[in-house]
Design a protein. Structure first.
Length: 137
């Protein structure tokens, strides 16, 4: 199952509820995810631009998004950002699949082309693009 990292900020009311209540928020999140076929992997409070980071597992993107939306609709969190996490193996597989793809970057003065073959990343860059393109067409 896919893993997700959800980052969010608590509202003032949520902070007050955390302070005054003995309810473990991890249990609430865990039950919500289990009802949809997912599970809570980890839950962190942190310093920075997010107050909480939650690592979850869900059957698919729609299920994960539905759980996040349900919690957000409660009004307890804001500034929610969800990131799909890829395992090392998935990342290597994606890297291998990228070998058949060519990336073109074009701006007014330079074209950059990159491609991946046999474990090596190749990159070529060309200047004076406008004159070269004009000659091609």
């Amino acid at each position: 199952m896919p893993n997700y990292m959800i980052r969010a900020r608590f509202t003032a009311d949520a902070w007050e509820a955390l302070y005054t209540s003995s309810v473990d928020r991890r249990e609430i999140i865990s039950r919500t995810l289990e009802d949809t076929g997912g599970r809570l992997i980890d839950y962190y409070f942190n310093f920075g631009d997010a107050d909480v980071i939650v690592i979850t597992e869900a059957p698919d993107n729609v299920t994960a998004a539905s759980a996040v939306i349900a919690v957000t609709r409660s009004g307890a969190i804001t500034d929610v950002r969800t990131t799909v996490l890829m395992s090392y193996e998935e990342s290597i597989e994606a890297l291998r699949h990228s070998g058949a793809m060519v990336i073109h970057h074009l701006n007014r003065r330079r074209v950059t082309v990159a491609w991946y073959r046999q474990g090596l990343l190749f990159c070529a860059s060309f200047s004076n693009v406008q004159r070269q393109i004009a000659r091609v067409y």
